[in-house]
Design a protein around this ligand. Structure first.
Ligand code: GCO
Ligand code: MN
Ligand code: MN
Length: 383
């Protein structure tokens, strides 16, 4: 049964954050359109739609002012719900952006008490995640930025951020948690300008840490597409460096605010290359959908949204398989690699003396038009 291919299974490692399917449709211009769901209800919904994992910010699960007793009760209920619904907790994160205390940033804030509080809050979130089995800890510095560069030198912000990550890595080691941290870049929103705006910024920064091996990245489709960048290229660079610890799948029309659309719903072709890349290289970390349903939906619509994210991924995975097996595509790729095999740089001395026939090299058609149309045929089901 071909359609079985599109049913989510545990092996696909599809996860959703509590804040994604639990999103109530608030935006800067309008209030909630859906009633709130408890974490337990969200886990039940994820079980129903066939997801594998649930992720959370500390305060998605435990309110910021909960007592230790309330916290422990919430954790017990949540753990039970996860068990009953066959849902695991692969990743945890910390909310360092919602509370007014973070108005000038968290790890980069000018007030050292705010910086210390941010570390404390993150350590407690790490404790919470570890208690529920999380192995990946995502850090999205939503407020690490500025409205005016009069407030601090940006290199000072980078140093403070480094100190914070080093501190958290030490805590991770001291507690024996074995977390892998995944830094998530976002180029704009909610500050006027954000430090570390791209995945590449974080990849360069990670090498300057005391424990670079413990830290990788969590690229997000929307965050790369927002400024018109290529998500697959960002992911490829992270992958090639052994740093693709986690991924946020959603969709986004370039140039707009953070839309968090259903995966593959805005740019199918970009989603296809991304899925094909992940499948071709054998990515095995969670596939997290950091998106939410349209504001027009009730919770049935939210389920449609969640099922749609996973279904589109699996359809594109199947398309990628067909692409890899397509005879015409294989023939063109063989020809391309034939030209590649012939190239040989040799020593600098040899290379300097070598004659190149530039006009011959430039005259051969490369068949990329055909390749791309074959791709489109596959995507549109005309192959
Ligand atoms: C956003 C971010 C967040 C993060 C989350 C994990 O655009 O709001 O993508 O959803 O992924 O905070 O830390
Ligand atoms: Mn986002
Ligand atoms: Mn995200």
């Amino acid at each position: 049964m071909a359609n079985d291919l599109y049913l989510p299974k545990a092996e696909h490692k599809f996860s959703f954050g509590l804040w994604t399917v639990g999103n109530r449709g608030r935006d800067p211009f309008g209030d909630a359109v859906r009633p709130g769901l408890s974490p337990v209800q969200i886990v039940e919904m994820l079980g129903e739609v066939g997801a594998w994992g649930v992720n959370f910010h500390d305060n998605d699960l435990v309110p910021i002012d909960a007592t230790p007793q309330q916290r422990d009760q919430i954790v017990r209920d949540f753990r039970k719900a996860c068990g009953e619904n066959g849902i695991v907790v692969p990743m945890a994160t910390v909310n360092l952006f919602y509370d007014p205390v973070f108005r000038d940033g968290a790890f980069t804030a000018n007030d050292s008490d705010v910086r210390a509080y941010s570390l404390q809050k993150t350590m407690k979130a790490m404790d919470l995640g570890a208690e529920l089995g999380a192995e990946i800890f995502v850090l999205w510095g939503g407020r690490e930025g500025a409205e005016t560069d009069a407030c601090r030198r940006p290199d000072e912000a980078i140093k403070r951020f480094r100190d914070a990550i080093n501190y958290l890595c030490d805590y991770n080691s001291a507690q024996g948690y074995g977390y892998r941290f995944a830094l998530e870049a976002k180029p704009n929103e909610p500050r006027a300008d954000i430090y570390f705006p791209t995945t590449g910024s974080y990849l360069a920064f990670i090498e300057t840490l005391d424990n670079p091996d413990m830290v990788g990245v969590n690229p997000e489709v929307a965050h790369e597409h927002m400024p018109g960048l290529n998500m697959t290229h960002a992911v490829a660079q992270a992958w090639e460096m052994g740093k693709l610890f986690h991924i946020d799948l959603n969709d986004q029309v370039p140039g707009r605010y953070d839309q968090d659309l259903r995966f593959g719903s805005a740019n199918i072709k970009a989603a296809f290359w991304l899925v094909k890349f992940l499948e071709d290289v054998g990515y095995e970390n969670p596939r997290h959908f950091d998106a939410h349903a349209y504001r027009t939906e009730d919770y049935e619509g939210v389920k449609d949204f969640a099922r749609g994210c996973m279904r589109t991924y699996l359809i594109l995975k199947e398309k990628a398989r067909r692409w890899n097996e397509n005879k015409e595509i294989k023939r063109i790729l063989d020809e391309i690699s034939e030209n590649d095999r012939k190239s040989n740089v040799g020593s600098a001395g040899d290379l300097l003396n070598k004659e190149f026939d530039r006009s011959k090299l430039a005259s051969m058609g490369l068949q990329y038009e055909k390749l791309d149309q074959l791709t489109i045929d596959i995507l549109l089901g005309a192959d």
